[in-house]
Write a protein that binds this ligand. Structure first.
Ligand SMILES: Nc1nc2c(ncn2[C@@H]2O[C@H](COP(=O)(O)OP(=O)(O)OP(=O)(O)O)[C@@H](O)[C@H]2O)c(=O)[nH]1
Ligand SMILES: [K+]
Ligand SMILES: [Mg+2]
Length: 513
């Protein structure tokens, strides 16, 4: 319920203000509007399927000349346009209808029921280079047609209001998704979950703003109920708390989107490069008995149970007179500093003492590696005891037993990169750590997935603090805080169009999308 004295007065108030062009005008221009930019008069076309030879290629057309192109190239008269969204097998010709280029499917999507909201056509043709080139050339010869730029189809869909900006980003992420969990997160964002969350906050903020504005204008005439501002206070407090909770996500969504940074570190010759090679199942890094073999960072991308991991092998940590090796060690420490998860590799031959001494040795290794971090995070690392094959069986079992019992250490895994002994258990532990770092993309509230979202949301929270700061001293400034908060939210969903943001987002798409 809008807590005004009389609904009639409220309507009158909004009406007079509309004429004065203040409240609703401001709201509409900054937060409510359809995304800026009108549909382009050009008709665009592009190969939308992947490049290179393939079974079927899809060429997409969007814009006012789509029907003309379809008629010319599929031998159709005006009355015989195919039924909407139904595939029709046709001979596909050049634009003059003289030479047959291929035989394939054509689909007609009349506006507004298409991806872009414009008249659109798809040609499903054979995926040979010559066929594709000929069809694209024929389309280029139809008046009013030009090749699409990267992301232009999606940009048109956005401009037609078919997708919000977070959905557009979700679509981009879906195209780039390499693992199962990334696909799930992207699909959820594309379906609008995240956008709806922000829209919902926007609606609540708009109500707050309307109330504050009305209070500023009409409270002196005693047309507004007492308590209107108190309600705004409560809403702002709730929203701020909700946003802060949403921001306190330990970057899980962003991490899942870009990959978990897992760094292998430890003393020289512990078998770090061997571990990298074992995990990626190819000789990516040089392995040798010479201490100080690795200097450069060796990176490889892995799919660990559906989660994306960027695994880095680093130089063994030791003091060295060699300048090149010292640079390698510096880089290794830098990587550990940035790591989401560190695998501290230790040669288990160093642990052949009693259990307490083994724990002490492990603590030393751990501290040596994690000293690179500003605040050493033992919960962000795993201890990997390598070369278990070199231990006599009874020693191996004893060490394994002892390590399962010790407390105060990160999870310990005993493995052999030579025999792969213990590898499955290690992978299970690694998977569980990576999963914790990324969270479950489908459960709970949707998570933000980009630094861009975070930055705008932080601005939004700061703007709400401005409301609180000025609430009792200067209501106009307080209202400005709510308005700024709305603008920041609008930047995330694309309701407030900032061309430079749009350019960056759409350039991430490929041509044809
Ligand atoms: N027996 C045995 N030897 C191993 C195992 N893993 C690695 N090695 C050997 O240990 C030596 C060092 O291995 P690397 O993988 O090069 O060790 P690293 O930690 O990358 O060494 P640096 O790059 O020099 O710091 C090589 O001779 C490997 O063959 C293992 O599980 N068992
Ligand atoms: K080595
Ligand atoms: Mg190495």
């Amino acid at each position: 319920m809008f807590p005004f004295v009389c609904r009639g007065i409220m309507r009158a108030a909004i009406h007079t203000r509309r004429i004065r062009g203040t409240l609703p005008g401001r709201l509409l221009s900054s937060c409510d509007g359809v995304p800026a930019g009108l549909a382009d008069a050009d008709t665009i076309f592009a190969l939308s399927s992947g490049h290179g030879r393939c079974g079927v290629a899809v060429v997409r057309v969007s814009g006012p000349a789509s029907a003309t192109a379809l008629r010319c190239m599929a031998g159709l008269t005006r009355s015989s346009l195919p039924p909407p969204r139904k595939a029709l097998l046709r001979c596909i010709t050049d634009a003059k209808g003289k030479e047959v280029l291929d035989r394939g499917l054509v689909l007609w999507f009349p506006a507004p029921h298409s991806f872009t909201g414009e008249d659109s056509v798809e040609f499903h043709i054979h995926g040979g280079t010559a066929v594709i080139t000929a069809v694209l050339q024929a389309l280029g010869s139809v008046p009013g047609m030009r090749p699409a730029e990267a992301g232009e189809f999606t940009r048109r869909a956005f401009q037609a209001g078919k997708l919000g900006l977070t959905e557009v980003e979700g679509l981009g992420d879906l195209i780039h998704a390499e693992t199962e969990a990334q696909r799930r997160q992207a699909l959820r964002q594309m379906s609008g979950d995240l956008g709806r969350l922000y829209q919902n906050w926007s609606h609540k903020l708009k109500r707050c703003l309307a109330h504050v504005e009305a209070f500023i204008d009409f409270s002196e005439d005693e047309l507004i109920e007492d308590g209107v501002l108190n309600q705004v206070d409560t809403s702002v407090c709730h929203l701020q708390a909700e946003m802060e909770r949403h921001l306190k996500d330990e970057r899980k969504g962003e991490r899942l989107r870009s990959g978990v940074q897992v760094v292998i570190a430890g003393a020289t010759n512990a078998g770090k490069s061997s571990l990298l090679n074992t995990l990626c199942q190819r000789p990516a890094a040089i392995v040798s008995p010479m201490a100080g073999t690795t200097r450069d960072i060796v990176e490889t991308a892995l799919d660990i149970g559906g989660f994306p991991v960027l695994l880095s092998d680093t130089a063994g940590l030791r003091d060295s007179p060699d300048v090149v090796e010292r640079e390698g060690v510096r880089r290794a420490r830098e990587r550990v500093e940035q790591a989401d998860l560190t695998l501290v590799v230790v040669d288990c031959a160093h642990l052949l003492t009693d259990a307490q001494q083994a724990v002490d040795v492990l603590q030393t290794h751990l501290m040596c590696v994690l000293s690179s971090q500003e605040q050493p995070e033992t919960d962000r690392c795993l201890l990997v005891l390598n070369k278990s094959d070199l231990l006599p069986e009874c020693e191996r079992q004893k060490l394994d037993r002892e390590m399962r019992r010790v407390s105060g250490l990160p999870p310990v895994c005993l493995i052999s990169c030579h025999t792969n002994d213990g590898l499955q258990d290690f992978l299970t532990v690694l998977h569980s750590s990576v999963k914790t770092l990324c969270g479950d993309p489908l459960s709970g509230a949707p998570t933000l997935t980009q630094a861009r979202h975070r930055a705008h949301l932080q601005q939004c929270v700061a703007a709400l603090a401005q409301y609180k700061r000025h609430r009792d001293t200067d209501l106009a400034l307080a209202a400005e805080g709510v308005r700024l908060a709305l603008t920041s939210l609008g930047r995330i969903t694309g309701r407030v169009a900032a061309e430079e943001i749009l350019d960056i987002i759409f350039k991430d798409f490929c041509i044809g999308k």
